[in-house]
Ligand binder design. Structure first.
Ligand SMILES: NC(=O)c1ccc[n+]([C@@H]2O[C@H](COP(=O)([O-])OP(=O)(O)OC[C@H]3O[C@@H](n4cnc5c(N)ncnc54)[C@H](OP(=O)(O)O)[C@@H]3O)[C@@H](O)[C@H]2O)c1
Length: 320
């Protein structure tokens, strides 16, 4: 698979998201869940993916733990992989009575990172991300946590997720390490951040032009796309009772897939890869056939006309 750089790191240009790997049922994953996780991670590695995305909250920490077990089962060495995880979202009732909340405190960032390293059975993370903005963020406190994690060798690079430019600027003023990633929701049917840059000053458009995309490009911050398949919605739908937009998207996706000789799953991923920002899609399917189909996007390139045809079908209204 072709590669891209994240700060100083070279990695596969498609990443794999480990969110559902352990299943959301409480307790240790049952044997079928574990077998499914093995098949999914093996399919991702077979496709050439070396970058794996985690968070402390995924399956309440169990996705990180099962991932380490799967690597051991597969005999894949840590040194072959790029591992990233996230911190900052806290569940309700931990501790008892607490609300669901965000937490960028020094204590939480450092202790959560240590727990993640233990679960992943590794000494270091390649990239560590702040998961979602914390209204009570104290940038100097985040800087103290990052200094400790970088100084002890536990984290090599840092980034953010779901952050706006001003929030990144606020952090950058205090941090001594660069922020190298902003992981955002992005797909052909959730293309607001791209749309915001091309519909400037059009009164019919209600979402704001916050410049997140161009800000990240200007500052060398790699954009990672979570939800690149929008749980399958990025393929549209051929069902007769589907909304016209979904039917039209399915038609365009299938026509381009047929031209390129790939399965439809490759097309929403190819749409992200075609963008000159060098977006890294994080695919989340646990189905080996879907993983293989989606990663075939690495072998095709969309023309400008194909890219815009998909964009128009996905947003459901014409340009300009
Ligand atoms: N930073 C954040 O706030 C944030 C938020 C959410 C996710 N993430 C990260 O991004 C990763 C990917 O997110 P995502 O799971 O939303 O990604 P996705 O690739 O858009 O969606 C994958 C999901 O869609 C389902 N799906 C249904 N039809 C599909 C089809 N034809 N092709 C492919 N998938 C289909 C998959 O089910 P099957 O497994 O049955 O194929 C799976 O549940 C996560 O694992 C996580 O690492 C980050």
């Amino acid at each position: 698979m072709k590669t891209l750089t994240i700060g100083t790191l070279e990695t596969s240009r498609i990443a794999y998201g480990c969110m559902p790997l352990a299943g959301w049922d409480a307790g240790a994953p049952a044997a079928p869940t574990r077998a499914k996780a093995v098949r999914a991670v093996r399919a991702a590695i077979d496709a050439g993916i070396d970058c794996f995305d985690h968070a402390d909250i995924y399956c309440r920490g169990r996705s990180e733990a099962i991932f380490a077990e799967v690597l051991s089962d597969l005999g894949v060495g840590r040194e072959r992989l790029r591992l990233q995880s996230k911190v900052g979202i806290r569940f309700a009732d931990v501790p008892a009575g607490a609300p669901g909340r965000y937490d960028f405190s020094y204590q939480h960032i450092v202790s959560s990172c240590e727990a993640t390293l233990q679960r992943l059975r590794t000494d270091y993370l390649d990239v560590y991300l702040l998961h979602r903005p914390d209204a009570l963020v104290e940038p100097d406190e985040v800087a103290r946590a990052f200094d400790e994690l970088a100084g002890s060798g536990k984290v090599r690079q840092f980034g953010v997720s779901n952050h706006q430019p001003a929030q990144i600027e606020l952090l950058r003023r205090s941090l001594r390490q660069p922020l190298v990633v902003n992981q955002v929701e992005l797909s052909v049917v959730h293309s607001h951040l791209i749309d915001a840059g091309i519909v400037t000053n059009q009164s019919s458009v209600s979402y704001g032009a916050d410049g997140t995309f161009d800000y990240c490009r200007l500052h060398g911050i790699r954009i990672q796309a979570w939800g690149p398949m929008a749980s399958g919605r990025a393929l549209g739908s051929i069902s007769a009772d589907a909304p016209p937009r979904d039917q039209e998207l399915a038609r365009v996706v299938r026509a381009i897939a047929a031209t390129k000789g790939v399965q439809p799953e490759a097309i929403p991923i190819a749409w992200l890869l075609r963008h000159p920002a060098g977006i890294q899609p994080i695919i989340g399917s646990t189905d080996p056939a879907r993983i293989a189909a989606a990663t075939a996007a690495d072998g095709i390139a969309l023309s400008r006309e194909e890219w815009y045809a998909l964009h128009i079908a996905g947003r459901g209204s014409r340009l300009p």
